[in-house]
Every structure is written in C-alpha cells, then in structure tokens.
Design a protein around this ligand. Structure first.
Ligand code: NAP
Ligand code: ZN
Length: 351
C-alpha cells in the first residue's frame, strides 16, 4: 500500500516546475509520516531542477528544508508522536554501518547517503521526492526535533542553510574572538553571519554587491568588504582564521587566499567542480593555508545546531511564497534578489 501525494516537480532541465502527483511508501515500523507545513528554497534545488550537476533523475520534486507536523508514526517509533513539530534536511537515510556513519557523519556515508530527493530508498528502491509536496515519510533517525518557540517558517532553512554553515564553524572550532569571513550573502551566507556572530566571532562579509552592507550588519557582520575592490581586499590581508565561501558558481579563489591568516582555511560549501582560473599554491605554501570543502552536517550535529538556534532565538530571514510562484523565485535567486531565503507555504499547494 502506498499513499498518493501532490507536489511540484521539474520534468526536465528545460521545463518550469509544475504540479505532479506521486506515490510515497506506507509507514514502516521506524517511519514518521509528516504533513509538510513549510519548505525552504535552496540554490541546490535550482541546480538539481536544471541539471547543473548532470545527475538529476527526472521528474525531480526538490525541497530539503522541510518543517512539518507529525501525522502518524510506525510501531517502533518512540521519539516522536502525532502533533510534534519536526524537520527533515538533505538526507533521509545512510548505510548506518561505515566509519563515517558510526561517527555521526552520515553525510559522508561511504556507501552514499540517501538524499531527500533525487535518490532511491535503500529498501524498496522507490525514488525519493522532496519537500515541495504535502507529505513525506522518513525513518525516525533522520527526523529532527524543532525546539519550541522557534518560528516554523524561519526554522525551515536551518535544515540545510543552517547546518551547512554551522558544520564548518563547528569543525574549525570557531569561538569567541575568532576571525571569520563569509563569501556571498544569500541563503547560506546570511545564516553563516548569524551563527558565527552568535558564537562570538568577529565576522566579516566579503560580497560583490555594494547594496548589501546595511543588511549584512543587521544580520551579524561587523565589517563588510567588497570582494572585487582590490584596495578593500588588501585591507583584510592575513586576517581570517576561517573563510566560508558560499558562491554557487565557478569563481576565482586566488583573491581570497591572502586574506587568510597563517594556517587559515577557506572552506567551499557552494561551488561543486573544477576551479577556474587555476589556484596558485604559492600563497598557500608560504602561509600553511588550506582550501577545504564541507557538506551539510550529520544528524546529531543538525540537532545540536537546532537546539543552539532554539536557545539563541536564531531563525532565517524569509520571504514566504506560494507553491505556484516557485519558478519566479528561482529567477530571482539567480539575480541574488532574495532576502534571504524563500520559504514555500505548503498550504498554498491546495489553493
Ligand atoms: P543563494 O541564496 O543564491 O546565495 C548565493 C550568493 O553567492 C549570492 O547571494 C551572491 O552573494 C553570491 N553569488 C552568486 N552568484 C555569484 C557569482 N557568480 N560570483 C560570485 N558570487 C556570487 O544560494 P544558497 O542557497 O546560499 O546556496 C549557495 C551554494 O551552496 C549553492 O551552490 C548551493 O547548491 C550550495 N549548497 C551547498 C551545500 C553543502 O552541503 N555544501 C548545502 C546547501 C547549499 P553576493 O551578492 O553577496 O556576492
Ligand atoms: Zn540546500
């Protein structure tokens, strides 16, 4: 027995998203059935819908910043009950046995984590479909508790934008007084500013867009540097212990390396692919500087981030949209015209 669910899908890289009905599995003993209330719109949704990474399985129902309410649970589930507010991020399963999985790093599962959309369930091999839909069925181990008191629509982007920026802040031990920079003020960038500021870091935004300064300061930046202005970039030479680069497309990394302090790290979370122009290793070698990458975060780490946000009242700045406006939202996202995350009100799917 499966259940029929309505959602929105892209049927090819060239087509706009439109209504799509599909089947979800009936709850297994460890499953949670979730009625989706809100779903954030990540730039990865756009990359997937348009096959930017060349591996999209169509039709694709995007959406991995899911907030909902528990509708029912399987007989082995004790952690969640009907009526709880819960979240689902980018993963819905992993092998649970490899070294990364055993160390709460399911995102680096050596056998491949099961992504919330665009993957296949490990048991019944049905395609996974994401949060641009009415309901989702997820194993309890991959369901997150949403701290009470957090605004639900503002909490949705924590499930991807929040954890993707929290994980490197955490891994590189950012604390009070750390000097951190964030490249790009979009969905991930604005969460990086908020989280780094809340951890007590001295935070700088490196942006191409002069118009974002006031917002950046409101969101937690202490300083704003226009990344295309060499004089401004020279003013932050040897400064940052950590730079989190959220830019989604290929871009020149060379201007950022001199801004790293000795032993500093620039961690790429946005662009996936070969760098162009090539990276000059000389300034890295001369200052023991690293270029690294980072993927979302594990489930336990995601819960820690949510709990931190609950204690500190941190949510995303969102613009709520109706499901039918998703294609226009993608076009605005491409123009960096988002303040600072679109979130779909899933009640609008029925309208
Ligand atoms: P977004 O909201 O569109 O923000 C991206 C920001 O990057 C823009 O606001 C802009 O900031 C800057 N930017 C955009 N295009 C640029 C270009 N061509 N050159 C230089 N700067 C540019 O996107 P997002 O949702 O934050 O996602 C960012 C990237 O992270 C996407 O590629 C997404 O797929 C990826 N992602 C990765 C993970 C992971 O686990 N690693 C998780 C989620 C998302 P300014 O105007 O301030 O310069
Ligand atoms: Zn995402």
């Amino acid at each position: 027995m499966t259940m029929k669910v309505n959602g929105y899908a892209a049927k090819s890289a060239k087509e706009a998203l439109g209504p799509y009905s599909f089947e979800r599995r009936e709850a297994r003993p460890d499953d949670v059935v979730i009625k989706i209330l809100y779903c954030g719109v990540c730039h990865s949704d756009l990359h997937n819908a348009r096959n930017d990474w060349g591996r999209t399985l169509y039709p694709v129902v995007p959406g991995h910043e899911i907030i909902g309410v528990v509708e029912s649970v399987g007989k082995n589930v004790s952690k969640f009950k009907k009526g709880d507010h819960v979240g689902v991020g980018c993963m819905v399963d992993s092998c649970r046995e490899c070294e990364p999985c055993k160390h709460d790093l399911e995102q680096y599962c050596e056998n491949g984590a099961t992504y919330t959309y665009g993957g296949h369930d490990r048991h019944d091999h049905m395609p996974t479909y994401g949060g641009y839909s009415e309901k989702i069925v997820v194993a309890d181990r991959f369901v997150l508790k949403i701290p009470s008191g957090l605004d639900l629509k503002g909490a949705a982007p924590l499930l991807c934008a929040g954890i993707t920026t929290w994980s490197p802040l955490h891994h590189w031990n950012v604390k009070k007084g750390s000097k951190v920079a964030v490249v790009g003020l979009g969905g991930l960038g604005h969460m990086a500013l908020k989280l780094a500021n809340a951890l007590g870091a001295e935070v700088t935004l490196l942006t191409r867009s002069p118009g974002k300064e006031a917002d950046a300061r409101r969101l937690g930046a202490h300083k704003v540097v226009i990344s295309t202005d060499k004089t401004q970039m020279d003013s932050v030479k040897n400064k940052f212990e950590l730079i989190i680069d959220t830019v989604p497309y290929v871009h020149d990394l060379n201007p950022y390396i001199p801004a790293l302090a000795t032993s500093g790290t620039i961690v790429l979370v946005g662009y996936l692919g070969p760098l162009e122009p090539m990276l000059n290793t000389a300034p890295m070698i001369m200052g023991r500087k690293s270029v690294a990458g980072s993927l979302i975060g594990g489930i336990a780490e995601t819960q820690e981030m949510l709990d931190f946000c609950g204690r500190n009242g941190i949510t995303s700045d969102v613009e709520v949209i109706n499901m039918k406006d998703i294609n226009a939202a993608y076009e605005r996202m491409l123009k960096s015209d988002v303040k600072y995350r679109f979130v779909i009100d899933m009640a609008s799917l029925k309208a």
